[in-house]
Design a protein around this ligand. Structure first.
Ligand SMILES: Cc1cc2nc3c(=O)[nH]c(=O)nc-3n(C[C@H](O)[C@H](O)[C@H](O)COP(=O)(O)OP(=O)(O)OC[C@H]3O[C@@H](n4cnc5c(N)ncnc54)[C@H](O)[C@@H]3O)c2cc1C
Length: 393
């Protein structure tokens, strides 16, 4: 088998890359280890930056998102028992965010690719990459119980945080930057009406809590937990009691409750692999970098990477120019580190750290009061949250 761009992973990065390349006449094959059903049902991100929304719309995969997604014009920071709204449009020249679940974005992309005759191989895990430093790199994969090989001009490693592509870069040719946070997020999905029209980020003595929404009847809530916490430690009533305690306000705001139908613990960590390329392998999305979920940047960074990569690959295909491809990693890493800083900053401001350090607590409250009261500080949060402009393909 041969193709121009061999893409490992049918997450947001891999599928969008395949779509962008197709629009410019560059062919690709996508290899995905899981089934189509599993990919379309895994619940993860939900916040789309303005640039991501505009891009998906402009490349023809935004119709359902525009109909079913919810535009949010701000978020609430809650601390000291009071809410403080950060208004995005007035602080960013009219920009906003969209709540539309990641698995819905994936359904739209898979549909678009398959309708256009795109080649997505589900249940076809890549098991190794060869000859990355030659002009004929190959991906070994399995399908229908058989070992197969995909020969390509270029490999796009879009296989997320536990894939095979990053480890295929020799250890002495990459640097990995890591930060582990001493807490996790306990997340639930509940059948309940909305408690708040906008996302609420809460700092409380008991720890961070977040109120978000998936639809008028399904709510997404998170609270800070131990990094090694387990779902079994948290019966439903304990979850609601903890959320009520952290989210209560002096003006009597109430949390809408209902049956919980999903629970899980996510780890909070920052990772960057530098450079994001080696020979003919280009990493994109979580394969190259992980951000803690507080800044809602993971999916959006994956989109930003493949916009740069698609443009560079199309340029190479059209004119033979490789300067954009050579600069791929440097171009992406500028945005990646900005998002890393923002995600770290939000995480540091909003969580309780072990040791219960009263000095640290006062610093965090001071930072929150500053962001809530200073238009300049609020504008910085808003500008990062709605997302810096994307490089257009
Ligand atoms: C609970 C949770 C909440 C989140 N919330 C947000 C949010 O609000 N906003 C936000 O922007 N981000 C959020 N994120 C992060 C976001 O979901 C990820 O950053 C995003 O999925 C990255 O996309 P990706 O395409 O790089 O990787 P992935 O989505 O991980 O896709 C990689 C794909 O590669 C496949 N794969 C892996 N190994 C192989 C192999 N060997 N061969 C073939 N295929 C392989 C995997 O099955 C997967 O389908 C959240 C993440 C989690 C876990």
């Amino acid at each position: 088998m041969r193709t121009q761009v061999g893409i490992v992973g049918a997450g947001p990065a891999g599928l969008l890359l395949s779509h962008l390349l197709h629009l410019e006449g560059v062919e690709s094959v996508v290899l995905e280890s899981r089934s189509r059903e599993a990919v379309e049902q895994t619940i993860r991100a939900g916040v789309l930056e303005q640039g991501t929304v505009d891009l998906l719309t402009s490349v023809g995969v935004g119709d359902r998102m525009q109909r079913e997604g919810a535009v949010h014009h701000g978020i609430e920071l809650r601390f000291d028992g009071r809410g403080h709204r950060i208004d995005f449009p007035s602080l960013t020249g009219g920009r906003a965010i969209m709540l539309y679940a990641q698995h819905e974005v994936l359904k739209d992309l898979i549909k678009a690719r398959l309708e256009a005759g795109g080649d997505i191989r589900f249940e076809a895990p890549a098991v190794g990459l060869d000859d990355l430093d030659s002009d004929r790199p190959r991906v070994r994969f399995q399908q229908d119980g058989r070992d197969q090989e995909l020969e390509c001009d270029v490999v796009a490693g879009c296989d997320g945080s536990w894939g095979v592509c990053l480890p295929a870069i020799p250890a002495d040719r990459r640097t990995e930057y890591h930060r582990e946070y001493p807490f996790g997020w306990f997340g639930i999905l509940a059948e309940a009406p909305q408690s708040s029209k906008e996302i609420v980020y809460t700092y409380h003595e008991r720890g961070f809590a977040l109120v978000s929404t998936r639809s008028p009847t399904v709510q997404r809530l998170y609270f800070q937990c131990e990094p090694d916490d387990e779902v079994g430690n948290w019966p439903d009533e304990r979850i609601w009691a903890e959320l009520r305690a952290r989210l209560e306000t002096r003006d009597g705001w109430t949390l809408a409750e209902g049956p919980i139908f999903q629970k899980g613990v996510i780890t909070m960590r920052s990772v960057v692999c530098q450079p994001m390329q080696y020979g003919r392998l280009f990493l994109a999305g979580d394969a190259a970098h992980i951000v803690p979920a507080t800044g809602a940047k993971g999916l959006n960074l994956a989109v930003a990477d493949v916009v740069v990569l698609a443009r560079a690959l199309v340029e190479r295909d059209r004119s033979g120019r490789t300067d954009l491809l050579d600069a791929y990693s440097d171009t992406c890493l500028r945005r990646v580190w900005r998002a890393q800083h923002f995600s770290w900053w939000m995480t540091s401001m909003l969580h309780r750290f072990p040791g219960d350090d009263p000095f640290q607590h006062q610093l965090q409250l001071s930072q929150l009061r500053y962001v809530a009261s200073s238009p300049a500080a609020a504008a910085s949060l808003a500008e990062n949250y709605v997302g810096l402009p994307l490089e257009r393909p």
